[in-house]
Structures are given as C-alpha cells and as structure tokens.
Design a protein around this ligand. Structure first.
Ligand SMILES: O=P(O)(O)OC[C@H]1O[C@H](OP(=O)(O)OP(=O)(O)O)[C@H](O)[C@@H]1O
Ligand SMILES: O=c1cc[nH]c(=O)[nH]1
Ligand SMILES: [Mg+2]
Length: 211
C-alpha cells in the first residue's frame, strides 16, 4: 500500500477551518468539497489514459483522453457522500457506485448496510471516498469488497488519517494495489476511536446531527 500526504498551503488552510469546532455545517460541506477537488488532483495522477488524434484550428495533433473502462468512484455513506461532487467535478465521466457503512461506536467494528455497485470490477480503477481513516476497519472492509469484485487499482481519498488506521491498512491490505491520498496524518486515536486532533464526527458535522 502507498500513502500520499498532500503537502500544500491551500490544503492546510482549508483543513484548519474544517477542524475548527466553530465551523458550521454549510461551511463544513463547502470546504470538504473544495478540499476533495485538491486531493483529487493528486489522487488521479495515475488515472489511465489513451492517445487520441484531434485537429486544432491550426493543425492535426495528438492528445489524451480517459481510457475505457471508465473509473468508478465509490463514496462511503454517509460522510463520504459529501466528497462525491468534488471528485466527479474532475472526473465527470466516471461511474458512481455506493457503499453504506457504519462503525459501531462501542465496539468500533464496521458493518455494511447498503451496496450498489457493479458485480464485476475486473480491470477497473476505483476511487473510494471517506473523510476519516480512524481504526481503518471501514476502509479495509470496503477495499476488500472492491478487490473481491476484481478491481485492480484502488485509491482511497480521505481528508484525515490516524497513524493506527494507516498501520492497519498496511498490514491488512499488504500486497494489494492500494493507494491512500490524504490531507494529513494526525497524532493518534483517543480511547473512543476518534482522531486527535481530528475534526470530530465528520458525518455529524457535515449533516448537522446533534444527538
Ligand atoms: O476507520 P474507522 O474506525 O472504521 O472509522 C471511520 C468511519 O467512521 C465514520 O463513519 P460513521 O460510522 O460515523 O458513519 P457516518 O458516515 O454515517 O457518520 C467515517 O466517515 C468513516 O466511515
Ligand atoms: O475521528 C473520527 C473517527 C471516526 N469517524 C469520524 O467521523 N471521526
Ligand atoms: Mg459518523
């Protein structure tokens, strides 16, 4: 597994506002969207392309276009949904699948409550979106499902990662074609499995849940 931490002042600036507990839900959603677009630029560095012949008003030339089969983008509901628009803005022809997953806040075990994506992902590049890589349980389960369906290149785009979760992914997904692109790797997890300093519960902050 490869990990790429995007080191850029605009990313750091937006992430700082996202972390701030005073940032309200509409601003949180807008910043998450902008941040994903910046991360997507790095995450798609190896997106597959093919050569294409075109004519400019001046002369024939060759360029590139995204290859078929099209990439698949999979947001992990709920919080990953807030990253979808920012990603498909850069990849407008991508197909979109969905995975609904929830982490039990007592046991920290992830479970899947909804799956809607192609059965056969052979030869497909897949971009998984989830703002938080905490214990790693959610992303490991999601990526195992994608690889089981035949995906041969998976990139997870996350806003924040914990070192514990990165270690779990490296161990559990060793030898698989997986890359993680993130805005930061934070200090640690607390005893409730939250990232420190983190940004709190991404889904709650994005959608205004207060329970
Ligand atoms: O790395 P892990 O320890 O598995 O934790 C990370 C997961 O927890 C959060 O989702 P949550 O279960 O809160 O669901 P939500 O998006 O519906 O709020 C987050 O969006 C990740 O999916
Ligand atoms: O810090 C964390 C950990 C898991 N899920 C979140 O939303 N935030
Ligand atoms: Mg949540």
């Amino acid at each position: 597994m490869r990990i790429h931490v995007v080191d850029h002042p605009l990313v750091a600036h937006k992430l700082t506002t996202l972390r701030d507990k005073r940032t309200d839900s509409p601003t949180f959603r807008r910043l998450a969207d902008e941040l994903v677009t910046l991360l997507a630029y790095e995450a798609t560095r190896d997106v597959r392309t093919e050569q294409v012949d075109i004519e400019t008003p001046v002369t024939p030339t060759t360029g590139v276009k995204l290859s078929y089969p099209r990439p698949l983008v999979v947001p992990i509901l709920r919080a990953g949904l807030g990253m979808l628009d920012g990603m498909v803005r850069l990849l407008p022809t991508a197909e979109v699948g969905f995975l609904g997953m929830i982490r039990n806040e007592e046991t920290l075990q992830a479970s899947t409550y909804a799956t809607r994506m192609p059965e056969d992902l052979s030869g497909r590049q897949v971009y998984v979106l989830d703002p938080m890589l905490a214990t790693g349980g959610t992303l490991v389960a999601a990526i195992r499902e994608l690889i089981k369906r035949g995906a041969d290149d998976v990139t997870a785009v996350v806003l924040l990662a914990a070192p514990e979760g990165v270690e779990v992914m490296e161990r559990e997904l060793a030898g698989t074609p997986v890359t993680v692109v993130t805005a930061a790797v934070d200090e640690r997890l607390n005893d409730r499995g939250y990232i420190v300093p983190g940004l709190g519960d991404a889904g709650d902050r994005m959608y205004g849940t207060v329970d």
